[in-house]
Design a protein around this ligand. Structure first.
Ligand SMILES: [Fe+2]
Length: 299
């Protein structure tokens, strides 16, 4: 593959692909971005420009780079990758432009209701008074999939670390269903295909309510849709099933912890990878900024 080398990030059966992009190619990509006067504002206002920055990256890394990235994210045994800008820039606007390029190589971003844009940037700091655990630093953020309360498909997500200071802990926690020891118990349970009611808290700016099964099949493989904070069970039996499922995942030995450097992103297939975040150690000066993009596949 032109300009790309890789190594597997762990020896477990289902592992993220850890890609290294050549600095020279990334530098040429950024020169093209600057030469064409691309900016975050231009990408926000003019959707076609988002595909143009994707084309700049493919010009430098080869069309095959896109084919391989899509292949990895569809591959059940991998289903995701980490990559970054290899310190060729520290400009956070250029991080946004890079994530935009990667997202448009994977598919098409969904509208993010929290920000009103195709992406969202948010901080995780010492204090937070929001109505969900997303921005609360000192709590375990439980394993879940994204888009549970959205009425459009959320096939994939990108999380890009934009900035961080005074942070200890807060690793991304990831679990692949094929590595989850009690997966079969919950996937074969009578409530596995029950369409649970999902509703977003106010901060998400989403009014609709949706009904989704926890387990469903794609290409004959069991996929999962679950978020303990947003599901509304209608009986004690249903609540016990959902609580048991969440606790089973949280105690699983095969949870992978990922410590992403600033400037790097992780892309995950959201149809099966579960993600969450470890708690940070208390520090009043702690700050992290993340960018997220969630979207659907085009094929
Ligand atoms: Fe999430």
């Amino acid at each position: 593959m032109g300009g790309v080398s890789h190594e597997l990030s762990s020896i477990r059966m289902c592992s993220l692909f850890d890609a290294y992009l050549e600095k020279d190619a990334l530098g040429k990509f950024l020169n093209k971005v600057r030469g064409d006067n691309q900016s975050v504002e231009r990408l926000e206002y003019t959707p076609l420009e988002r595909r143009m920055v994707a084309s700049y990256l493919l010009d430098e890394l080869g069309e095959e780079f896109g084919v391989i990235l899509r292949g990895i994210i569809h591959d059940r045994d991998t289903g995701g990758y980490t990559l970054g800008l290899e310190s060729v820039t520290e400009d956070s606007d250029e991080f946004v432009i890079f994530s935009t390029a990667i997202s448009h190589i994977i598919g098409t971003p969904n509208h993010d209701s929290m920000s009103g844009k195709y992406y969202a940037r948010f901080e995780v700091k010492d204090t937070d008074n929001s109505d969900a655990y997303l921005r609360q630093a000192y709590r375990l953020f439980t394993l879940h999939t994204d888009g549970t309360f959205a009425d459009e498909p959320t096939d994939w997500l990108i999380m890009h670390k934009m900035f961080e200071e005074n942070a200890v802990g807060g690793e991304s926690r990831l679990l692949h269903p094929d590595d989850w020891r009690e997966f079969e118990n919950y996937a074969n349970h009578p409530l596995a295909s029950y369409k649970f009611h999902y509703k977003a808290p106010k901060s998400k700016n989403v009014d609709q309510e949706v009904h989704r099964p926890t387990f469903f099949k794609q290409n004959d493989k069991a996929c999962i849709c679950f978020f303990d904070q947003f599901v509304y069970p209608e009986s004690i039996e249903q609540a016990k099933y959902l609580r048991g499922l969440s606790e089973s995942m949280e105690k699983d030995d095969n949870i992978e912890e990922l410590d992403l450097p600033v400037g790097n992103l992780v892309a995950l297939n959201n149809l099966f990878w579960l993600h969450g975040r470890a708690a940070f150690e208390k520090n009043k000066d702690h700050n992290r900024e993340l960018l997220r993009i969630r979207g659907h596949f085009n094929d």
